[in-house]
Design a protein around this ligand. Structure first.
Ligand code: ADP
Ligand code: MG
Length: 280
């Protein structure tokens, strides 16, 4: 089918956990750049008014950016045409970014009174979906309107969970929210898996936690084989404006994010095969 233009349609992954400090932002950046290194076209979207992803990608003064995600969401709310191109930033390591800053906090309030309030982010992203293979959403640590918007716009979710603090209750609440979004707004929403972060598998305690989570949730939800080890090098990249692949390419965290990337790609292949078999 030589002459056909095959439009890309991005898979959108929401990186979500209402608990702060579980490595959502770090995972968004490094999985995103990992996918780009595998030849995928990737858009990262900062859906956190704190702008941590924006800062960590190297735009250290997000409040000084003239246009951000909230500019686009405002346009969606006002029924104006959305041109993501006017907002998208290009990172040196080959991914694009829709940045955010504190203005996005106002959006959380504005959304409550708008029509179709759960789908504003989806509207924004639909206008970019053809250009990318993957869109990764870095969610804010709450289950408010912004996170519901991210879940409504996503095909699937990835849940980074800090292995140190067994926060089963928090996870239950998150799964309930995902279930509710699935029933009411986005029936196709999947769970890609739980990613154990900041692990320490050298200690017995670390291994026990890993086992506990796999036994407790592994039957219900995919828990990624690959875990992300704790390392100061990983903590340092938030201020470096680059990924772990550029900052510490030979380190264990770079290696971990590289094989996580492969796992995500392998899962996508498996899904594609399944759905083409079903279509036959
Ligand atoms: P979230 O977005 O869920 O709040 P972050 O990605 O910002 O989490 O990570 C929280 C903190 O932990 C940050 O200071 C970050 O630099 C640090 N961090 C992230 N991943 C690791 C890791 N593998 N080892 C050690 N520190 C990490
Ligand atoms: Mg974050």
């Amino acid at each position: 089918r030589g002459g056909d233009i095959i439009a890309k349609k991005a898979t959108t992954i929401a990186i979500v956990n209402q608990k702060g400090g579980t490595a959502k932002t770090t995972t968004c950046e490094n999985l995103g750049i990992g996918l780009a290194m595998e030849g995928k076209k990737v858009l990262l979207v900062d859906v956190d008014p704190q702008g941590s992803l924006t800062i960590s990608m190297g735009w250290q003064q997000p409040d000084e950016l003239p246009t951000t995600l909230s500019t686009l969401m405002q346009k969606a709310m006002n029924d104006q045409p959305i041109q993501p191109g006017e907002v998208i930033l290009h990172h040196a390591e080959g991914v694009d970014l829709i940045p955010a800053n504190i203005e996005l906090a106002g959006m959380e309030v504005a959304l409550v009174n708008s029509m179709n309030r759960e789908k504003m982010l989806k509207q924004v992203l639909d206008s970019a979906k053809r250009e990318y293979d993957y869109i990764l959403l870095d969610c804010t640590p709450s289950l408010g309107m912004l996170t519901v918007n991210a879940l409504a716009a996503a095909d699937t979710t990835l849940i980074p969970m800090q292995a140190q603090y067994l926060s089963a209750k928090g996870l239950e609440q998150l799964l309930q929210t995902i279930g509710k979004v699935r029933r009411q707004i986005n029936p196709k929403l999947k769970i890609e898996g739980i990613l154990l972060t900041m692990t320490d598998n050298r200690t017995t305690y670390g291994k026990q936690i890993d086992n506990l989570i796999r036994q407790g949730y592994g039957r219900k939800i995919n828990v990624f084989e690959q875990t992300i080890p704790r390392s100061v090098r990983a903590a340092e990249i938030s201020a470096a404006g680059k990924s772990i692949f550029a900052y510490d390419p030979k380190g264990k965290v770079a290696e971990a994010y590289k094989s996580l990337t492969k796992e995500v790609l392998a899962d996508a292949d498996r899904q594609r095969k399944l759905s083409s078999e079903r279509a036959r």
